[in-house]
Write a protein that binds this ligand. Structure first.
Ligand code: ATP
Ligand code: MG
Length: 418
């Protein structure tokens, strides 16, 4: 019997793994330009953390969480998202008192037991940003423009942001009553889970994959209080000022409970039904409600798996060595091994297969490797202290170089190879 992987959990093979790494590297670079620093948070937390922050009536907590009782009898959960852990750390580690801007990013895998399908996995990667302790519309505009910069640098230009405001607790309190009355009035048209959950949280119905799109058209709309309305207008003004492409979508409700005011999503039509690449928004009351100081905040989470899918045709797979070393004679193994070391030390990436194999077999591996040059050492080369350089990608004469001091010459040659 062979053991296989679980449904919804996958092996990321090259070049996909390289594509992920390249997105992560781009993200780190962009974050550093915007004053964000990395936070590494635990993969497992108390289950209560997610129930209280993500929200009891959300799909994530109700249906998708990997929660279990550990050996010590504690109710724990494998993180389905990053924000609750960041907020917990912010409170637990007193990060509000460091005097620094609390701008954090995280890169890590999240876990949700949902039905696996294209672009939807049970273990997936998110890159997230959280800016805590800043209530101003400038923070909203900065975080959204940073996200667009990241997507552009990663190779996905021309993204449109869907933008909405969910108002504050006060705007929402009034709206809940209006919406609940409306939903009760048409409950026979709702899907079964919605019929039940509207009693606990009527807003959930707007985010439902079945009823949501229709309700976004038909249900009464949220009316913002003057403060929330002014905040939203400023955010839009600042986004226009920075040239961000966005559109206000009054139907956008995010599937987590903690959002207030600004919420946004970036979608791409080419992802099909799993079309959201990134989602985020303000969470002005969350830190306080979790027992921390009054610290308004905003953040987003980017789905790396979906972004990598979108970039598939655009980014060239990497991973090929620059040169491939071949021992063309039985006695040339040691010298070839020495050459590998010297090349790598000199900054030239180099690989080999098995110096004991036939020349033909080593040449086949060299061709497969994607290297630009094969470097051969045979009896003649051993005798006069040289290496034969054979172009693999482009037609060209092979040449002979002195064994010592090859790296800089190879680097020059490599510059000319496409
Ligand atoms: P969806 O509506 O697609 O379920 P979501 O609202 O649950 O998305 P968020 O919690 O906002 O997603 O997570 C942010 C991003 O993480 C999403 O936009 C998406 O790109 C990615 N994501 C979420 N769930 C998954 C998953 N199961 N597999 C892969 N990526 C995911
Ligand atoms: Mg979801």
């Amino acid at each position: 019997m062979t053991v296989h992987s679980l449904r919804g959990f996958r092996d990321l093979l090259p070049p996909d793994s390289e594509r992920f790494a390249s997105i992560e590297a781009t993200a780190r670079e962009v974050f550093s330009f915007y004053g964000y620093r990395e936070l590494r948070i635990p993969t497992i937390e108390m289950k209560e953390l997610f129930v209280k922050s993500t929200g009891e009536t959300t799909d994530i907590v109700e249906k998708e969480m990997y929660a279990f009782t550990d050996g010590g009898g504690r109710e724990v959960a494998v993180r389905p998202e990053g924000t609750p852990g960041v907020v917990r750390a912010y409170i637990e580690q007193n990060l509000s008192q460091s005097g620094r801007n609390a701008k954090f990013y995280y890169i890590g895998n999240m876990f949700r037991a949902e039905r696996p399908q294209a672009g939807r996995f049970r273990e997936f990667e998110q890159i997230g940003a959280e800016h805590i302790g800043n209530a101003s519309p400038f923070a909203d505009a900065e975080t959204i423009t940073m996200l667009l910069k990241l997507l552009e640098r990663a190779g996905l230009p021309d993204c449109t942001v869907d933008l909405n405001s969910l108002g504050c607790a006060e705007c929402r309190g009034n709206y809940r009553q209006t919406l609940l009355a409306y939903l009760r009035g048409c409950s026979e048209k709702l899907c079964e889970p919605c019929r039940i959950r509207i009693e606990r949280n009527p807003l959930r119905a707007l985010d439902c994959k079945i009823d949501g799109p229709r309700l976004a058209q038909e249900a009464p709309k949220l009316r913002l209080c003057p403060d929330c309305s002014a905040h939203f207008a400023r955010v839009q003004e600042l986004l226009r000022l920075s040239g961000a492409d966005f559109r206000v979508n009054p139907g956008l409700v995010r599937g987590l409970d903690y959002y207030t005011r600004t919420v946004f999503e970036v979608r791409s039509g080419s992802l099909g039904s799993q079309d959201a690449v990134c989602g985020g928004g303000r969470y002005d009351d969350l830190v306080k409600s979790m027992g921390g100081p009054a610290a308004p905040a905003i953040g987003w989470a980017l789905g790396v798996d979906r972004l990598a899918m979108l970039l598939k045709d655009k980014s060239a797979p990497g991973g090929a060595p620059a040169v491939f070393v071949i021992a063309a004679a039985k006695e040339a193994g040691n010298k070839s091994f020495e050459l590998l070391g010297a090349l790598r030390a000199g900054g030239v990436s180099a690989d080999f297969s098995d110096f004991g194999l036939s020349l033909k077999s080593q040449m086949r591996s060299a061709d497969k490797s994607g290297a630009a040059f094969a470097l051969l050492i045979g009896d003649a080369e051993l005798k006069d202290g040289t290496v034969t350089v054979k172009p693999l990608k482009e037609k060209g004469e092979q040449m002979s170089l002195a064994f010592y001091g090859m790296a800089p010459i190879l680097k020059e040659l490599l510059k000319k190879v496409k």
